[in-house]
Design a protein around this ligand. Sequence first.
Ligand SMILES: Cc1cc2nc3c(=O)[nH]c(=O)nc-3n(C[C@H](O)[C@H](O)[C@H](O)COP(=O)(O)OP(=O)(O)OC[C@H]3O[C@@H](n4cnc5c(N)ncnc54)[C@H](O)[C@@H]3O)c2cc1C
Length: 471
Amino acid sequence: MGTLPSRWHALLLIVYMAMNIAYTLVLDYSRQNKYSVAAELRGRSGVLAVCNMIALVILAGRNNPLIGWLQISFDTYNLLHRWMGRMVVLEALVHTSCWAYVQHADTGFSGVYHKLANDPFCSYGMVGTVAFVLILLTSPSPIRHAFYETFLNLHIIFAAVAIAGVWKPYIRAVAALWICDRIIRLGRLIYCNYSTRGWTTASIEAMPGDACRVTMHLPTELAVKPGSHAYLRFANLNFWESHPFSIAWVAHRPVFSPDLPLMEKKLTLEGQTTDISFVIHAQTGLTRRLFNAAKVCAPRTLRLKAAFEGPYGGHHSLDSYGHAVLFAGSSGITHQIPYVKHLIQGFSDGTIATKKVLLVWIIRDVDHLEWVRPWMDEILRMQGRRDILNIKLFVTKPKNPREISSPSSTVQMLPGRPNINLLLQTEVRDQVGAMCVTVCGPGALQDSVREAVREVQDVSVVDFIEESFTW
Ligand SMILES: Cc1cc2nc3c(=O)[nH]c(=O)nc-3n(C[C@H](O)[C@H](O)[C@H](O)COP(=O)(O)OP(=O)(O)OC[C@H]3O[C@@H](n4cnc5c(N)ncnc54)[C@H](O)[C@@H]3O)c2cc1C
């Protein structure tokens, strides 16, 4: 059924579904004419399906304005989208069945076939219903996760057919919303990747532990908030596939005029360009092909033409918390690094409330530190870092246990998995102001951190933010 909803999400979904069921089924069943009851059921289910489709399309968009306005993540809207979709399919089936029931009573099966074959209103409606059913059959979680690209492309095709099949005035609004989302995405793609300085290129370095460090060299300047992600495409590696990755590091580079400074001593600053970096862990699809291509090239850096679409997300600010505890599992560190940098910078500038930050990173082996070494080095050299930041690295399966040593009292390296409950209880004992605990990593880690946070929430103010890597 996909990702299990949290308690609050489950409550919201139950209320939503109960309302839909009530609006569809609360009818006057005492009527003598059962066909009139079926006709009313057909009308209600059809209207509700169409109304739900509007929200269904809005919630599926990367540019859904509600994400920014309500500060609710795409992940949550995606959960609602999935359940709303199930409801729309159910309502479309009820609508079509009720129509067929009444039509059959009137004209028999031959009349039903005749209508479907000769009345465009009915035949398009049936095409729409079939497309809805196909969407339902091709989107269960195991299929989605095993064949994501195939699922996505089929989903878009079937959704377009379903929308065309129900071509009513308000459905045109749905189509317009979908087209708007695509146009905004295209506009964003061109804005981020093209300027008179050229097109975006990517530097890709193969790293230990089946990972790549990827830096997108944008020809434009872009502001990126901590906690953002972006969709990447690579030329020669199925350019039409775009995959989401958390933004790990952002660096701006000055661009000087190419003209030689004849009259003045200084070069003329023409603006800035932005380099945006990611750590990509190889799975079985595009990310594996990217890793293999980078490995063949190693020790040289692989250079490819690429495209960046984003930034998306980044609406959680930790600035007002006195105390932040950031958990990262494996490549989930990329989500946390920008927060660490931002919090140290804000602390030393005196612009935020945060006084204490603990970063807990769980990795399999010591050589995975290589993924983020240049950025960590920069963070460790930042002004005020020692006064605010503590780092605990947990190495779960070190090849050589002797490599596990703590470079300083503020940066500790420990073997095995962390005792998350104990860690949080210790932090809460010395809590500074309101605390925020965030986690990014595998599902099991997220569940453990969530559980541990619940246990300390009675003691003091501890908020919890979870960033998941799958949908
Ligand atoms: C917001 C977000 C941030 C992420 N950040 C990172 C990161 O910083 N580093 C990192 O290594 N991974 C990250 N991921 C996961 C990354 O997007 C997937 O691992 C990647 O898309 C897999 O590509 P693949 O073709 O190799 O997948 P496959 O091997 O075909 O599938 C592996 C898994 O990835 C999922 N997946 C495949 N394509 C997509 C897609 N386009 N969108 C969403 N999920 C997909 C599949 O459902 C499956 O569960 C992030 C995911 C999300 C949603």
